[in-house]
Structure formats: structure tokens, C-alpha cells
Design a protein around this ligand. Structure first.
Ligand SMILES: [Zn+2]
Length: 780
């Protein structure tokens, strides 16, 4: 047996993936982690579940042809790759007290505490990872943060695979991106920039590189996607940080060869910055990004250029001919070229072959992670010997061509409707007119209380749906169970004293999939889960054709719920941008065209809801921020079509119909104009985790319509106390005029249990009463 741990100088693998799903083909990790949290399995059982997934994934990728050393990415994570990096750096925020154990390590419980919070502390803030629907945990860095190698999880993961005969390529977030994604810790002085701690984290990276080299790693992958984004610090500062970081890391005495990866867009000017360092390989995204100039590529010298030509973020079969052409160009200008995906494939499911319920035609158009591994392998073969890949390339070309003419892809009725749209279809009356009409129709108290839509999806609800799908429960029985649940949700809200009620969305498996299942142009998967955050997964639908509404979707449920109460019942829809963002969307026409088709379908649904007597309709757009292009130059175009599609969906509503929207998960400051542009009468926004930061943006913008900054963080089981909520509301009324303010949680309650939900919602009402009374005092 060769000594696998001996130092080596292998070339970068000709074919590899930038990352791979880590949740398991059947969401084994989700199940194990949740069982561990529930105390049903111990740490050893969790560890062996994790190892089983790691090994299965590595073996699968080898089977698919990624057999070279370091071709299999070591991208496993128990929760999040940024949290992993925080753990390796020991960057535990001071507010958590002493989380490191006696050996100075962050054990698995400490790790989960950062992710989920504890009785005293909110978890780390969560936000979107670049332009994806994946969320990472935001590091909190201050002048006081101490850095020490507090975890060797990545070394252990590597050693475990190696012991099983597979040399993987350990992955960790690179130092510059790590600090650029961090926020200043609570106590940090004004103007403190986490990037100023660069010198202090580098020694920990160096120590980690040493341990990886000692364990036998030939390559390590440092992920630097922040370099493809326009940062709010000068480019020259970013460049200096990169130069310094990689000067130190490449000078480490014992280290694996270093691949720096830059997924999610074009690296542009920073390519030269990396070219000037001594790293061994540089990955660039040439799927979403463009092929750099020959001169820029020549600057890479002896470094391997890892070409991300296969899209890691969407599921369409690769246009191998187009990729081959890009590779030719790259090869002509750069010395060594290897093939990979544009991003980690953690954003797409495992395997199309599992989706046997899809038509053969649709399946032939798709590539999930495993198919992408084969595509990458084919393209690497092409680079070595173009003739060897000819059959595969021709087949891909033919299949892609078949999409253009397939039934349902372009429908004359749908196209006629979008082509006939005029400016008037995108606008409602002036807000003052609507406000008066709504006041008259609704008579709401000051600081109206409401929730965001979903109530806990109990195991009874989920099992009823599963049994209905299997045919064990008739549609009639299922419908009755959902109605019972709606009744329970309505009476709970009545009892708690909420002003605007919801039906609780029990009938929806998912806020996008539910609509996808009821619209033409979509298909849904059975096993196509992708990680959203932690143990949470979603199953994006596939939007492959022209979209139309077959029949009313939500009306009967809303109508039933409204019949149970004299309070206004909110109709609940998912907006066009979110439907697109959380589906895998066709790539053969501009997103704006697809969004308008969805907008029109929703517009018809709103008209039907109004006709059924629903006076308030919420159109959720939690993903509005997520699709925002990373480069500032591309943002205006996106904001125009996304805002337009929402307006198209909602502008048919009568003046007296109150249109709500809901946004969550992100910093909104940058898109506040667009949020205003949606022209919704009421906007609820996530704010509890970030402790009401958003109200400052709203204030400085002069946001003039209704707004509900969330006062209950629903992402953790923690119950907010009455005083805590009172405090948040008191902050809000200082910045937002009370007549505009609404009281609501951050988001829907579907992931919560009833016990904590009831208690929390009760505290919201009590706090509202306190603040309302205070408002009356000030008026007197
Ligand atoms: Zn939400």
C-alpha cells in the first residue's frame, strides 16, 4: 500500500466538482441532526451518520469518474460552511461566554449553539449566501475577537476519507471572504471593519494548512466568492487584502497546494490580483461570468486555471458544445486548464435518475449534481482529446434543440397576453386614495396585529398529506382534515386577539411548490431536496414552459377561513419573483418574461379572491433581495423587471383591497427603493434577529405606507418575552410613524411547534397593548 500521507505534488485534477450536496440523497443528515437535537441519538450516532454520508458521496463521485486525487470535494458540513470556518478560527462572539471546552475546542454542542442560540443568546444572524437560496451564519468579529484553531473537523473529515482510500480536497472559506462576510460585533467601535483583523486570522489558517498537509492533503480549496461581488470598500483595499492573505498562506512551510475558488460570477479585475500571488490553482466561474481576456489569462503563468463551465446553480443540461468552445479559448491563453462547475452543486439535487415520475423528455433536459459530474468529466476528456467527446457533445446539442419546439414551452395564448400589456396594467390608484378606501373597508386599530401566514405544520398535517399522496386518504378526507386545522388556527387567533387573521396554510407543502403544482409550465420532483439552511431543505420546482393558471388555486381555502370569522382574513399568495427564485427556472428566455407570465396568473387569482370577499391579500416576496445581481451594474435591470412583475400581479386589485407583501432573510437597505416601488399597502420585513436595524433604513428613506418590522424571530424555538417585544416596538415607533406600524413575527410559523408559537404570539399581543397604551398617553 502506498503511503497516502506522504507529501505530494499532484497536478490539479482534470475534472472535479467545486462542492457537492452534503445533506445526503435521502436527507440523512437532516434526519440525524434533528434526532440529535431532539435527544433521540447521541453524538457518536450523529458522527457515524455524518461519516456514512461523506463516504457515500465520495464513492459516488468516484464511480461517476472523479477518480483523480483531490477531485472529490471535501465539502461536508453539519450545518453551514461559514459556521465551519468560524469554528476553525475559534471566532466565538463574546456574548456567548465560554463556549470552547477545556481543550480550547468548539465541540458539536457549542457549534450548534452558535447556529441555534440558547436561552440567553440569539443565534448568529443568518443571511443569503450570494445570489442563492442558501443561508449562512454571519460571523461577528470585533477588535476583541480571539482567534485560535478551535476545530479540526476539516482535518478529521479528510483523514476519514483517506483512511477509506479516497484523497479528497478539503474546503474552507478563504480569509478575505470570511472577513468580508462578517459583521462587526455588538461592542465594536463605530466604523470597525472585520477585514482589519486579517493579520490575526492568517496564523490560524496557516496552522490549519499545516495540519491538512500532515494528514496527507495534496490540495486544499479556499473559497473566495466575495471577490466576484462589488464590495462597499474600495477595490484597491480588497486587492491589498488578497495580496497579503495569499502572501502569508502560500509562504506556509507545510501546506497542501492551494486552489482558490471564485464562484457566483465573473472575477473581473481581481483575476490579476490572484495571478500575482503564489497560489497553485485558480477557479473562475465562466458559466455566469465571461471568459477573461487572453492577456489576463496569460498572467496566470504556471497556475492551473480551473474553469467553472458547468452551471452548479441550476439544473439544465450543459450545452457541451458551448462549453467546449470556452475551454478552447481558455486553453489557448492559459497554460494548464482543468474543468469544474461554476459553483458548488450544493444548490442542486443529487440525481435526475431518481425522478422517474418526470417525463423522459423533461429528464433528458436536466442535469443534477451527479449528471454534472459526468459533464465535467466529458469536458475534461474533450480537453485531452476532442474527438473522444464528440458523441456526447452532439447528443447534448440535439437534446437542447429539442427543448425549443417541445409542446408547452412556447404557448401562443400566453404570449398574446404578455405582448398586449400596457403601462396601465402595472399601476394602482394613488396611495392616499387607496388608504382612505381601505380604512373605510377595514377599520383597523392602531398597530394592527397579524401573522405572516403559515402556522405550525404539525406531524398530523404532514402525515395526512403523505397519506393523501399515497392514496390512503381520500381527497375529501384530506380536505376535511385541513379544514379542521384552519378552524383551529382561526380560533386560536381570535382567542389571542389578533386583528388580521390568516388561515395558516396547512394545505401547502411549500409556498412555491404548492403554486407550481397548480400552474401549467411547472413540474415538481420527489427527491430533489436542496439545503436552505442548517437542516432545512426545500424542493425547488422546475419551471420549464410557459406559465398559466388552470383554475383558481387558493380561493376555496380563503373563502372557508373567512366564513369562520368576522375579522379580515388575509388571502395568501407567493409572488412572481419568489416563485422564480425558489424554482429551477428555464434559461431560454429573459427572467422578466417568465416573471410576467407568473404575474398574470397571480393577477387572475387576486381577482378571484376579491370576488370571494377577501379584503386583504398578501403577496409574499421573501426572495426579492436574493435574486439581486451581485454586480451593481446589473442591478437596475433586475429591479425593474422584478418590481414590474409584482405590480403586474397586484395592480388589478380594487382601491379598497389592501395588498400586503412580506420580505425576509436579508439586508434591505440596498433595495429599499425597489421595496417602495412594489407599491404594496403594507410590507412586513424580517427585523428581530438584526434587532430592528431595518427601521433606520425605512426612516431615512421616508417609507410612507404600512410596515411591519418583525418582532419575533421565528427561526429559533426561543420565545420572545413580552418586555423584549415591547422594547422592539418602542424602538420601531421612534423611527416609523405609529399610524404606519404593524405588529407581526419575522416570518411564517410553519417550522415552529404550537406550544412556543402560542406563547410567543400571546406576548406579541400583550406588548402591542402596552405600546398602544403608551401612544395614547403621548397623545394626551
Ligand atoms: Zn418570511
Amino acid at each position: 500500500m502506498p503511503d497516502l500521507t506522504a507529501p505530494k505534488n499532484n497536478p490539479f485534477p482534470s475534472a472535479s466538482l467545486l462542492g457537492y450536496p452534503r445533506i445526503g440523497r435521502r436527507r440523512e443528515l437532516k434526519k440525524a441532526v434533528e434526532a440529535y437535537w431532539a435527544g433521540k441519538i447521541d453524538a457518536a450516532a450523529l458522527d457515524s451518520a455524518a461519516k456514512a454520508i461523506q463516504l457515500a458521496s465520495a464513492k459516488r463521485l468516484q464511480e461517476l469518474g472523479l477518480t483523480e486525487a483531490a477531485a472529490v470535494p471535501g465539502t461536508f458540513s453539519y450545518y453551514d460552511q461559514v459556521l465551519d470556518t468560524t469554528a476553525h478560527l475559534g471566532a466565538v462572539p463574546a456574548r456567548f461566554g465560554k463556549l470552547l471546552n477545556a481543550e480550547g475546542k468548539l465541540d458539536i454542542d457549542g457549534y450548534f449553539t452558535l447556529a441555534r442560540g440558547n436561552k440567553e443568546q440569539q443565534p448568529l444572524e443568518m443571511t443569503k449566501w450570494f445570489d442563492t437560496n442558501y443561508h449562512y451564519l454571519v460571523p461577528e468579529i470585533g477588535p476583541e475577537t480571539a482567534f485560535t484553531l478551535a476545530s479540526t473537523a476539516k482535518v478529521d473529515e479528510f483523514a476519514f476519507a483517506l483512511a477509506n482510500g479516497i484523497e479528497t480536497r478539503p474546503y474552507i472559506v478563504g480569509p478575505v471572504t470570511y472577513l468580508l462576510l462578517s459583521k462587526a460585533s455588538d461592542g465594536a467601535p463605530a466604523g470597525f471593519a472585520p477585514l482589519s483583523r486579517l493579520e490575526d486570522i492568517l496564523p490560524v489558517y496557516v496552522e490549519l494548512l499545516g495540519k491538512l498537509a500532515a494528514a496527507g492533503a495534496g490540495w486544499v480549496q479556499l473559497d473566495e466568492p466575495a471577490l466576484v461581488v462589488d464590495q462597499d470598500i474600495p477595490a484597491a483595499d480588497v486587492e491589498a487584502a488578497v495580496a497579503r492573505a495569499y502572501e502569508v498562506l502560500t509562504a506556509a512551510a507545510d501546506r497542501p497546494q492551494i486552489l482558490v475558488s471564485t464562484p457566483y460570477g465573473a472575477l473581473e479585475g481581481q483575476l490579476g490580483t490572484f495571478a500575482a500571488t503564489n497560489i497553485d490553482a485558480l477557479h473562475i466561474d465562466v458559466f455566469k461570468g465571461t471568459v477573461p481576456s487572453a492577456a489576463a489569462l496569460a498572467g496566470l503563468g504556471n497556475k492551473t486555471l480551473v474553469a467553472g463551465v458547468v452551471d452548479g446553480h441550476n439544473i439544465w443540461r450543459n450545452d457541451l458544445a458551448a462549453s467546449a468552445a470556452k475551454l478552447d479559448e481558455l486553453k489557448a491563453a492559459a497554460g494548464k486548464v482543468a474543468v469544474s462547475t461554476s459553483t458548488s452543486t450544493q444548490h442542486v439535487p443529487h440525481d435526475v435518475a431518481e425522478e422517474t415520475q418526470l417525463s423522459e423528455q423533461l429528464r433528458s433536459w436536466l442535469a443534477f449534481s451527479d449528471q454534472k459530474a459526468v459533464e465535467v468529466k466529458t469536458l475534461a476528456a474533450y480537453l485531452a482529446d476532442p474527438a473522444s467527446a464528440k458523441a456526447a457533445i452532439d447528443e447534448a446539442t440535439a437534446v437542447i434543440a429539442s427543448r425549443a419546439t417541445a409542446e408547452g414551452v412556447r404557448r401562443a395564448d400566453v404570449r398574446a397576453r404578455t405582448e398586449a400589456l400596457t403601462a396601465a396594467d402595472f399601476s394602482r390608484s394613488e396611495y392616499a386614495v387607496r388608504e382612505a378606501a381601505q380604512e373605510e373597508a377595514l377599520h383597523l386599530p392602531p398597530l394592527p396585529t397579524t401573522t405572516i401566514g403559515s402556522f405550525p405544520q404539525t406531524s398530523e398535517i404532514r402525515s395526512a398529506r403523505a397519506r393523501n399522496n399515497k392514496g390512503e386518504l381520500s381527497d375529501g378526507q384530506y380536505e376535511q382534515l385541513m379544514k379542521d386545522e384552519i378552524k383551529r388556527v382561526v380560533s386560536l387567533q381570535e382567542e389571542l386577539g389578533y386583528d388580521v387573521l390568516v388561515h395558516g396554510e396547512p394545505e401547502r407543502n411549500d409556498m412555491v411548490q404548492y403554486f407550481a403544482e397548480n400552474l401549467d409550465g411547472f413540474d415538481v420532483t420527489v427527491h430533489g431536496w436542496v439545503q436552505s439552511y442548517g437542516s432545512r431543505c426545500t424542493r425547488p420546482s422546475i419551471l420549464w414552459g410557459d406559465v398559466t393558471r388552470k383554475a383558481a388555486i387558493t380561493v376555496k381555502w380563503a373563502e372557508y377561513a373567512q366564513s369562520l370569522t368576522s375579522k379580515p382574513m388575509k388571502g395568501m399568495l407567493t409572488g412572481p419573483v419568489t416563485i422564480l427564485a425558489w424554482s429551477f427556472v428555464r434559461d431560454d428566455q429573459p427572467l422578466g418574461e417568465t416573471a410576467n407570465q407568473v404575474g398574470l396568473a397571480l393577477r387572475d387569482e387576486i381577482a378571484d379572491l376579491e370576488a370571494a370577499g377577501i379584503k386583504i391579500i398578501q403577496v409574499d416576496e421573501p426572495a426579492l433581495r436574493e435574486l439581486l445581481p451581485l454586480r451593481t451594474g446589473d442591478q437596475a435591470g433586475y429591479l425593474t423587471w422584478s418590481v414590474d412583475s409584482f405590480r403586474l400581479a397586484t395592480a388589478g386589485a380594487a382601491d379598497a383591497t389592501q395588498i400586503h407583501t412580506h420580505l425576509c432573510y436579508s439586508e434591505f437597505g440596498v433595495i429599499i427603493d425597489a421595496i417602495d416601488g412594489l407599491d404594496a399597502d403594507v410590507t412586513s420585513i424580517e427585523a428581530a434577529r438584526s434587532r430592528m436595524e431595518v427601521v433606520h433604513d425605512l426612516e431615512s428613506h421616508g417609507f410612507g405606507r404600512g410596515v411591519g418590522p418583525g418582532v419575533y424571530d421565528i427561526h429559533s424555538p426561543r420565545v420572545p418575552g413580552e418586555q423584549e417585544v415591547t422594547g422592539l416596538l418602542s424602538t420601531a415607533v421612534k423611527h416609523v410613524p405609529a399610524r404606519q406600524l404593524w405588529v407581526n413575527p419575522d416570518c411564517g410559523l410553519k417550522t415552529r411547534g404550537y406550544a412556543e408559537t402560542e406563547e410567543s404570539l400571546r406576548n406579541l399581543v400583550r406588548a402591542t397593548q402596552v405600546v398602544r397604551a403608551g401612544l395614547l398617553e403621548t397623545v394626551k
